[in-house]
Design a protein around this ligand. Structure first.
Ligand SMILES: C[S@@+](CC[C@H](N)C(=O)[O-])C[C@H]1O[C@@H](n2cnc3c(N)ncnc32)[C@H](O)[C@@H]1O
Length: 228
């Protein structure tokens, strides 16, 4: 295996959409942060009342899920061994590139500020020639065309039940495997995301949180590769 490409898909990570800018809950949280409503992240913990009529609201406004998953992936022995490339695909269709050596804030509020800067400016730091985080010019299909994964394993509770260590062995046999984990709270993958998959795999009969799935898959792969 050259490198594992981990794709956190359809992440509930988006700036507040225009239709909610004038809602009192959004205006209040933007004012507290000293920003415009369109410059803050949608967060169900703050904007629940504004999101009542928002389409697919169960998949949106959960930056905390991406935060957990990104910290787990970036801190993993696999990443420290230079064997991981992390990509974040957002609910509104953007693809975020992540430098493997970026030190993400552990603090959630600082993470929000960083991602807001990224989504407004397009890169962090804004004037760096080699940014730590950046918004790619292409979408999901463009990412797959660039990475050219040799096999795409999409993790879903509806997939074929497979032991994690068997999945890890199958991943390790590939040159450029891609693993896709849904970075949303509830609901199903879109057809566009599902269509990328060569295999749809369940690693448990129980529905799991996205970060548990990331932790289990990376840990099994590290065992398989003999990384400690
Ligand atoms: C909280 S779930 C999202 C809920 C959604 N019903 C689903 O599983 O598609 C977050 C993500 O974790 C992964 N996941 C959850 N349970 C899983 C399982 N038993 N096997 C494999 N992946 C799972 C999937 O990638 C899923 O999109």
């Amino acid at each position: 295996m050259e490198k594992l490409h981990l794709l956190l898909a359809e992440a509930g990570l988006e700036l507040v959409p225009k239709e909610l800018w004038s809602h009192p809950a959004v205006r209040a949280s933007a004012r507290r942060r000293g920003k415009k409503p369109g410059e803050i992240l949608l967060d169900v913990a703050l904007h629940h009342s504004a999101m009542v009529n928002l389409g697919e609201r169960w998949k949106r406004g959960r930056p905390d899920i991406a935060h957990f998953c990104m910290l787990l992936a970036l801190g993993s022995p696999l990443n420290k061994a230079g064997l991981l490339s992390l990509h974040v695909h957002t609910y509104d269709g953007r693809v975020i590139g992540v430098a493997p050596h970026v030190r993400l804030p552990r603090n959630y509020n600082l993470f929000l500020g960083l991602i807001e800067q990224l989504l407004v400016e397009g890169r962090v730091p804004p004037d760096a020639s080699e940014p730590l985080l950046w918004v790619e010019e292409f979408g999901l299909k463009g990412l797959v065309e660039r990475v050219k994964p040799t096999r795409v394993f999409l993790l879903s509770e509806k997939g074929r039940l497979t032991r994690c260590r068997e999945l890890a062995a199958a991943i390790a046999r590939e040159d450029r495997p891609m693993v896709v984990v849904g970075c949303f709270q509830a609901g199903d993958f879109r057809e566009e995301t599902l269509s990328l998959a060569n295999e749809v795999v369940a690693i448990s009969q129980t529905p799991l949180d996205a970060w548990v799935v990331v932790a289990k898959v990376l840990s099994s792969l590290e065992d398989e590769l003999g990384l400690t």
